[in-house]
Design a protein around this ligand. Structure first.
Ligand code: B1M
Length: 214
């Protein structure tokens, strides 16, 4: 990690939003790309925050402060990442965190990366009921439905989305991509998803691949 990336990560870990944004701005000025800042500082910092939570060192207030710091930097970096995309959308993505799950940092990152890869993204937010995914996919004529889950207890709701797409007769028209910290390729296969990615950049690549966009 470069010195500036270390300073950004440390600002996220201590939940200092204004320092996180200022340091991210400085990193851009020093020539780091938005992608470098996400991959080299912000995402590893949130992983550390998760480890601290697991170790009983951090509780929800500390985690929320860190999440706010990450969000501040994302707002600065997101438009810059999206500039890498083309003007004419290559496809439409309906994206959301499944019912019962309020985690959205990773999902927002997936949205950003998808936009950067040229997709038009319809972000349904968090705790999205299965039927809402189906309706949005139909209304928007989406080719991709992206599902995120961070809790082991909500992973099962991904299967429900696939079941509802089937029931509505539109399963064949969309590719379903799943992801989130507890997810595995095996689980994705078990529920009949078309693809799984462990990270946001990989999700965008996968979406392009599934639509034969190279
Ligand atoms: Co929560 N939380 N949380 N939390 N939280 C976890 C997930 C947990 C692992 C922490 C822990 O105990 N170590 C644990 C889950 C345990 C389990 O299920 N086995 C947990 C828990 C228990 C809870 C609560 C139940 C706590 C409580 O209330 N007692 C509660 C649940 C609320 C609910 O959802 N109903 C809760 C609440 C919260 C906060 C609100 C405080 C906050 C969320 C803020 C927000 O999202 N706006 C929060 C946070 C921040 C975390 C941790 C610390 C960090 C998550 C994160 O943002 N990571 C998390 C610990 C951890 O994951 N290490 C934890 C950074 C983000 C960039 O990574 O989201 O994994 P991630 O996304 C990655 C990939 O997974 C992938 O791409 C991203 C990066 O490239 N990806 C996809 C994600 N979605 C994808 C979709 C794709 C493809 C890839 O295709 C569509």
């Amino acid at each position: 990690m470069t010195a500036i990336a270390e300073s950004i990560a440390s600002a996220v870990i201590r939940g200092d939003a204004s320092a996180t944004v200022q340091l991210s701005q400085r990193a851009l000025e020093q020539g780091l790309s938005p992608h470098d800042i996400f991959q080299g500082a912000l995402i590893p910092a949130m992983t550390t925050v998760g480890e601290k939570m697991q170790a009983g060192e951090y509780y929800i207030p500390e985690v929320l402060l860190a999440a706010k710091a990450m969000k501040g930097a994302s707002e600065l970096l997101k438009p810059l990442l999206a500039q890498g995309g083309t003007h004419q959308p290559v496809g439409r993505v309906v994206l959301g965190t499944v019912k019962g799950d309020l985690h959205d940092i990773g999902k927002n990152l997936v949205a950003t990366m998808m936009e950067g890869a040229g997709f038009e993204v319809f972000d349904l937010g968090t705790s999205v009921p299965a039927q809402r995914f189906v309706l949005a996919a139909q209304e928007q004529g989406a080719q991709i439905v992206g599902l995120s889950a961070l809790l082991t207890t909500t992973m099962v709701n991904m299967k429900e989305v696939i079941r509802c797409l089937d029931e509505a007769g539109c399963r064949a028209e969309v590719k379903v991509i799943v992801g989130g910290a507890p997810m595995t390729q095996r689980f994705a296969d078990e529920i009949g998803a078309d693809g799984y990615s462990s990270n946001a950049a990989g999700a965008a690549e996968l979406a392009r691949k599934l639509l034969d966009l190279g």
